[in-house]
Design a protein around this ligand. Structure first.
Ligand code: ZN
Length: 553
């Protein structure tokens, strides 16, 4: 166990390694349906053995160990199936500049000036992540010159909240030898001023990598940094995660598994970037997976491709041009990239996850693969991650397709980045943004997720912030973000538990059901009866993983 987390962890309480133990007198949401609650369950050898209706409490054997839940609310261990542990681990040395803490350029520069590496020499990097210039009073994106005010003789890097853009200072531009003569890398953009000189803004992974690859490698620290995230996930009640670009660290699967040995305890399904696999492949041939790569608590579940950028940056790829412009945003993956990733995934029995925000990006996936035969069994072969702009007709097309598609979306984006959507979408587009209720009702394989830390909000993977936004459909400043797409608390919880598990290969999670892993969360209050405006105040009291209490507030 990483010693940073140990002092906060409760001594593990293990339920019934030998016999059966019972948890009674709770309000237990099983994940079986919106209305199914029970008052108790049994646990045996790390799995749920029984669920108990009120009338069955008397049937507990008299010699069994019994835990009194004292009326508290229990939900299945929650799942965040679009998050970025590898990215989080890589940001261990980076400071947070998310709103609502940072809402001005000056405040952002102040945080950068507080970085422990400031003044530590030309090899020490000063890094922060999470700025959202749409929250700044002038709405202007920072430039190299702004960051030069922090330091001129060492690299300074500020990542935008969406993870698709970074701003670097002049020193970092020089280090990466980016000049007016440098061409844009494939799929990326070096922003330039009127004279063609780079402004310091780099858009999309291939452009950011020009600077990123100058940074000394983390070496063996990645596994330790991942293991250091264990308490973060458990304190958020998250017992299963999907990493949707595990290539933020080298050799992601072995590194994640080493982290598992060092204390990273949630089940993790990882999705390396297809671009990273191709880049590191010999002669462009991506090697096939072994059976072992696809098995166990930490495994590869698929590959990830970027179809487009983000709405907040007017870089999501849309059918209609952005208001007041002739730009439809940016496309990243080509049809050839898409086809080769799908062919590889089909051969290897794993999913393909497309980052697709704009309707044009989503339609391109639906059109290109809609009539193909699906290749995965119970889970969708193709994931549409983000699915920001989705008309009812697109849902019709998805349902008509022969291919099995899953949809993973977010209310937290709309909540946090309301200004960006209000500015960058037409009224019709706004009405079709994040149609979570339609997804819930119509698309069998759908889930809510955080995209943390590529979300413009502090503590973005707090499930209860997301649930409040899904139930209330109001943004951080109270603006209406589509009341007709609101869902109930129980529906939102299903999208973080049972229904999320069905979109990915997290095994035996998401429900309190005999035979499933006994991973569950005890809450400090009853979220099912709270007034809406108090939903985001819910806290995790305990997180149990496979019958063992791993976290206590
Ligand atoms: Zn993401």
């Amino acid at each position: 166990m990483n010693d940073r987390t140990q002092p906060h962890m409760a001594a593990p309480d293990t339920a019934a390694q030998t016999g059966e133990s019972y948890f009674v007198n709770g309000k237990i949401f099983t994940g079986e349906s919106e209305k199914h609650f029970v008052s108790g369950f049994g646990v045996c050898e790390g799995r749920f053995s029984r669920v108990l209706e009120d009338s069955e409490i008397n049937s507990i054997p008299s010699d069994a160990e019994v835990v009194d839940l004292q009326g508290r609310t229990v939900v299945p261990g929650m799942l965040d199936i679009h998050t970025h542990p590898a990215f989080m681990a890589s940001l261990t040395d980076s400071l947070e500049i998310f709103p609502p803490r940072v809402t001005s350029l000056d405040k952002m520069l102040d945080v950068l000036r507080s970085h422990p590496s400031l003044g530590a020499g030309s090899e020490a990097w000063v890094m922060a992540h999470g700025f959202d210039e749409s929250k700044f009073s002038d709405g202007r994106k920072p430039s190299a010159q702004d960051l030069d005010r922090v330091a001129a003789n060492q690299p300074v890097v500020a990542r935008r909240c969406d993870g698709h853009t970074m701003v670097v200072n002049s020193f970092a531009l020089e280090l990466a030898e980016i000049t007016a003569a440098t061409p844009d890398p494939e799929g990326g953009r070096i922003e330039r001023d009127d004279n063609g000189a780079p402004t310091g803004v780099l858009v999309e992974t291939s452009a950011m990598n020009l600077v990123e690859k100058q940074r000394p490698s983390n070496g063996d620290r990645s596994a330790e940094q991942l293991a250091g995230l264990d308490e973060h996930f458990l304190s958020h009640g998250l017992v299963g995660v999907n990493d949707l670009y595990a290539s933020f660290i080298d050799d992601p699967l072995p590194t994640f598994r080493r982290a598992g040995e060092q204390g990273f305890s949630p089940q993790a399904v990882i999705y390396p970037g297809w671009d990273a696999l191709v880049d590191s492949a010999e002669a462009g041939i991506v090697p096939d997976l072994s059976d072992d790569d696809r098995a166990g608590r930490i495994k590869i579940g698929g590959v990830k491709l970027f179809m487009d950028g983000a709405f907040s940056d007017r870089n999501a790829w849309n059918e209609d041009p952005y208001p007041g412009t002739c730009s439809h945003g940016g496309r990243v993956a080509t049809d050839d990239d898409m086809r080769s990733a799908v062919a590889w995934a089909r051969r290897n029995g794993v999913q393909v996850a497309f980052h697709a925000m704009g309707d044009r990006a989503l339609n391109q996936v639906l059109t290109l693969f809609g009539e193909d035969e699906p290749w995965m069994g119970d889970v969708p072969s193709i994931r549409l991650d983000h699915a920001s702009l989705f008309t009812p007709e697109m849902i019709d097309n998805l349902l008509r397709a022969r291919m099995s598609f899953g949809v993973i979306s977010h209310t937290i984006f709309f909540f946090a980045e309301y200004e960006a959507y209000a500015n960058n979408l037409s009224d019709t587009q706004f009405d079709n943004a994040y149609p979570i209720r339609s997804f819930y009702e119509r698309v069998p394989h759908t889930a809510l997720a955080s995209d943390s830390p590529a979300t413009a909000w502090a503590d973005a993977d707090n499930v209860f912030t997301s649930i409040r936004a899904a139930v209330e459909r109001r943004s951080h400043d109270g603006s209406d973000i589509g009341q007709n797409q609101a869902i109930s608390v129980a529906q939102a919880m299903l999208l973080y538990t049972a229904r999320a598990a069905e979109v990915t290969c997290l095994e035996g999670l998401g429900r309190i059901r005999p035979g499933f892993e006994a991973s569950f969360v005890v809450l400090d209050r009853d979220l099912f009866t709270l007034p809406i405006e108090q939903l985001d105040a819910v806290q995790v009291s305990q997180t149990w993983l496979a019958g063992t209490k791993r976290y206590e507030a």
